[in-house]
Ligand binder design. Sequence first.
Ligand SMILES: CC(C)(COP(=O)(O)OP(=O)(O)OC[C@H]1O[C@@H](n2cnc3c(N)ncnc32)[C@H](O)[C@@H]1OP(=O)(O)O)[C@@H](O)C(=O)NCCC(=O)NCCS
Length: 379
Amino acid sequence: MPHSRHEPQATRTHRSEHPPVSTAQPIARTSPPPLIAKTPGAPVGAHIASFAYYLPEQVITNAELARLVDTSDEWILARTGIRSRRRAADTEATSDLAIAAARRALADARTDAAELDTILVATATPDSPVPAVACIVQAGLGAVNAAAMDIGAGCSGFLFALHTAACFTRAGAAQRILVLGAETLTRVTDYSDRRSCILFGDGAGAAIVTAHPEQRADNLGLELLYSQLGTDGEMADLIEIPAGGSRIPASEASIRDHGHFIRLDGQRVFKQAVRRMAEAAVDAMNALNLKPADIDWLLPHQANARIVVSVAEQTGIAPARAMLDMAETGNTSAASIPITLGRARDSGQLQPGQVVMMLAFGAGLTWACQVWRVCAPAN
Ligand SMILES: CC(C)(COP(=O)(O)OP(=O)(O)OC[C@H]1O[C@@H](n2cnc3c(N)ncnc32)[C@H](O)[C@@H]1OP(=O)(O)O)[C@@H](O)C(=O)NCCC(=O)NCCS
């Protein structure tokens, strides 16, 4: 059997020899992190015309995991809120999930792939290191007029990609952007590590971002009111896939040491996730002059139900307004927010006029907060 994560491991990350930045003194910010905020008379200029998701068919239940590692359905459900997660078929790569979600979003927006000018894919699990998943998606959709690239910001990737798309539309650099969060995390999950293998699942979500409101037919749309990003690279080793890159290239040793799988320090990640997302939420409410009661839905990254509830409690937002959608999907990293958004629409939770706060946190460490208003279907 593979070894426990506590044994010495040759592929433990060997970071560069640069001296670490002292943490004795807090580092004063000289400029605010990237921010987009709506001010009176100044529209943000970014809308979601349609959104969709795709989940592969195969299911991994807690009971199946309990046959692989020393765990139980009761423990997993109580500690994470997860009952099962999806697994991509052997024939499905990340781009296949992304294309399936994208086709649904394009159909809902009555948009031909050739009308897209940009494709952004947020992923931590690309088909291969080169080329970018976005390029494979471009070809798969026949989006011949789109430039395509990937964005890597861990579980925060979808909001980082939406923020990038909003900057493009605001600048007039793009008109119709396909933004995707797509992951096949089960391919990088260590099914001998009970602390992490219980968490992750596969899936993809898509949004079509436009400069002006364009939602069609019976589509709900969203209008961006606020977006802010954050990063703390000093804590990069809390969530990592240490091998397979330039510091620890693939080798027999890296495979033996499970270096190609996700490792995480669950407890420290948990605390950072709650702290960073709660701070980001409060910053957003202050910037927009909103009270917790003004947030109709808190839509956080679906890492762990206890994290979501803690964030709600710390921000004063009623836990009943916090979307909990990990029970059948697990943590799908960059795909989790668009999957949750799509499932909330399908279940009738989203209504025109509502204010939705999205919160993300993930490897990097990275975090992000966006506030959107749900828009009525256009005629
Ligand atoms: C991973 C996570 C679910 C673990 O839950 P936790 O409550 O923090 O559990 P701990 O790590 O404190 O472990 C508590 C005990 O349960 C045990 N345990 C850990 N995983 C277990 C499992 N799958 N089944 C049964 N027991 C388990 C531990 O060994 C420990 O036992 P000990 O006290 O005898 O040492 C939780 O920390 C978490 O969700 N973290 C953040 C999620 C994350 O990393 N997301 C990725 C990026 S967003």
